[in-house]
Design a protein around this ligand. Structure first.
Ligand code: ATP
Length: 514
């Protein structure tokens, strides 16, 4: 992307201007890394969640839903390992007094090396034109090899040190790589420390007997502790999945990058329970399903997103990959797909004393299932979709338009209906059309300014279809439908409008897109 900083700023200001995202409690100067979703934002978010929910539950007969509470018995977090190990390694810069995640500093360093390699490739491409053989250049050019090696080595060492919980080695790595504080440029670093990310609170009025609680840092544990309730009541047998959408809370150390990293956010998680030994087959299966799902939204593999194995395997997993998205500020995790083994159910069995097992009719034995998890942040997906959709489109002759090309199935408003002028019965016809369409779709009416300006307003807000009622409508019962992305205009009968729009927004058409 040409100017990524500017693109990101444009995304943030556009999100505010069009009622998508506001800073939380803004009149009191906001609250770090906490955001509110405005009228368009809440609708886009809801549509994203509906699309995911339907894709998971409606299209899989063996996946059921759950809505567990945010507050849980604190033993849950002891069993899951969050009290002891849900930490981020943090490092303070002694001069700027700024605090960073040590792992993120090294990851940013690696990304900067890769960007350097990419620049070399781009330059060479320009120089050699059509004769350029990229694969050969990447494997033979000394500078490109060195940059990529430096990135790989840094990440490999980071993973190794974090795995061994050797925080001194992480600090030394930061010093050795010459990483400086992004704010002050200083290389004067304090020791790396672990910081628990859970928000604590109390249950009960009497401070002496109050119970220490935590706001859940992930929705997954609500699924695990309910595993047997769900299985018994929904008569599911292995393999089957439980899906949940809900809020999670993390006291993030470095909370920047807009809704990407928040202290209060939403997750869409699906835990899929399988026979031990079959988990890697299912891991691959779910990776493929999730890849196809992103493709239905118009995401392009390698250009918009990529799969990336974890540098450090989580303590609960035997396979783990992230889906990383190309955000305006860099390539970052959007979704995690993890083969969680029987780690969680086993721990809950141990801590609760309740059996977390299913019966195998073939062997006659009871066993703890293994779990494949797909976990995506609603807010991160929102940001991915929104930033990919926002374009300043060149229309030639020095003209341009701002357009938010949201997938129409996710767009907050589906249709805007305009009377060409505010008289001669045209507004009445427009309102009649709205009364009919509103039963199927979110529709709005607009009669202010010239029609061209109304189109531009809806382009920028992301509305995929505009319908204009004009004088001919009175004679032939037809209207103009205008498509946001192509700006194509077509004449259609009012009687055909509903079916035409329904076809454009059909879940089946979207979910089966290649
Ligand atoms: P990161 O390494 O970026 O902190 P993570 O690996 O800790 O993320 P997971 O624990 O795998 O994240 O959580 C699953 C998903 O929840 C992530 O892929 C992401 O989409 C979302 N998520 C996690 N933390 C946040 C956050 N602070 N703000 C918004 N979304 C988040």
């Amino acid at each position: 992307m040409a100017n990524t900083d500017n693109k990101f700023k444009t995304v943030i200001s556009h999100a505010k201007e069009y009622g998508y995202v506001f800073s939380s409690s803004e009149i009191y100067d906001g609250l770090g890394a906490v955001y509110d979703y405005g009228p368009n934002g809440v609708q886009l978010k809801k549509n994203i969640k509906d699309y995911w929910w339907k894709s998971m539950l409606q299209l899989h007969q063996n996946i059921v839903g759950l809505d567990a509470s945010i507050l849980m018995n604190p033993k849950t977090w002891k069993a899951s390992g969050h009290i002891d190990a849900f930490n981020d390694p943090l490092i303070d810069n002694k001069d700027s007094k700024k605090r960073y995640r040590a792992d993120v500093l090294v990851e940013d360093y690696a990304e900067s090396r890769r960007q350097k390699a990419k620049k070399e490739i781009k330059r060479a491409k320009k120089r050699f034109g059509d004769d350029f053989d990229e694969a050969q250049f990447v494997s033979t050019n000394k500078r490109v090899i060195r940059y990529n090696q430096e990135a790989d080595e840094a990440l490999e060492r980071l993973g190794k040190y974090l795995e061994a919980e050797d925080l001194d080695a992480v600090k030394n790595l930061i010093i050795e790589l010459g990483i400086s504080c992004p704010v002050s440029g200083s290389k004067n670093w304090a020791d790396v420390k672990q910081f628990n990310l859970m928000f604590a609170t109390k249950l009960g009025a009497d401070s002496a007997s109050a119970l220490d609680l935590y706001l859940r840092p992930e929705t997954a544990q609500g699924i695990f502790v309910n595993f047997l309730n769900v299985q018994n009541t929904s008569r599911m047998s292995i393999p089957f999945g439980i899906a949940q959408i809900g809020k999670a809370f993390r006291n993030e150390i470095v909370a920047r990058q807009f809704v990407f990293r928040q202290r209060e956010f939403e997750q869409m998680e699906m835990q899929f329970f399988v026979k031990p030994g079959e988990e890697l087959k299912w891991f691959k299966h779910w990776k493929e399903i999730r890849e196809k799902w992103y493709n239905t939204l118009g995401f392009v593999h390698e250009e918009d997103y990529r799969f990336k194995p974890h540098d450090k395997m989580p303590h609960y997993a035997n396979a783990a990959e992230d889906i990383e998205f190309n955000y305006p500020f860099g390539i970052r995790e959007l979704e995690g797909i993890h083969s969680r083994t029987d780690y969680d159910l086993k721990a809950h069995e141990e801590f609760s004393g309740k059996k977390m097992r299913v019966h195998d009719a073939e062997t006659g034995e009871n066993y703890i299932p293994y779990v494949i998890e797909t976990s995506v942040g609603v807010d991160r997906l929102f940001l991915a979709i929104f930033s990919k959709a926002l374009e300043e489109e060149d229309l030639g002759d020095g003209k341009s338009r701002t357009v938010l090309k949201l997938p129409s199935i996710l767009a907050p408003t589906k249709v805007a209906v305009f009377p060409l002028v505010k008289r001669d019965g045209l507004p009445e016809i427009a309102k009649e059309i709205i009364e009919d369409l509103q039963w199927g779709f979110k529709v709005l009416y607009d009669d202010k300014d010239a029609v061209g300006r109304r189109y531009r307003r809806q382009d920028a807000a992301g509305t995929p279809f505009c319908v204009t009622v004009d004088y001919e409508t009175k004679d032939d019962q037809s209207v103009t439908i205008r498509y946001r992305d192509s700006m194509e205009q077509k004449r259609v009968k009012i009687a055909d409008l509903k079916a035409l729009i329904a076809e454009e927004l059909s879940f089946k058409n979207w979910a089966t897109k290649a």
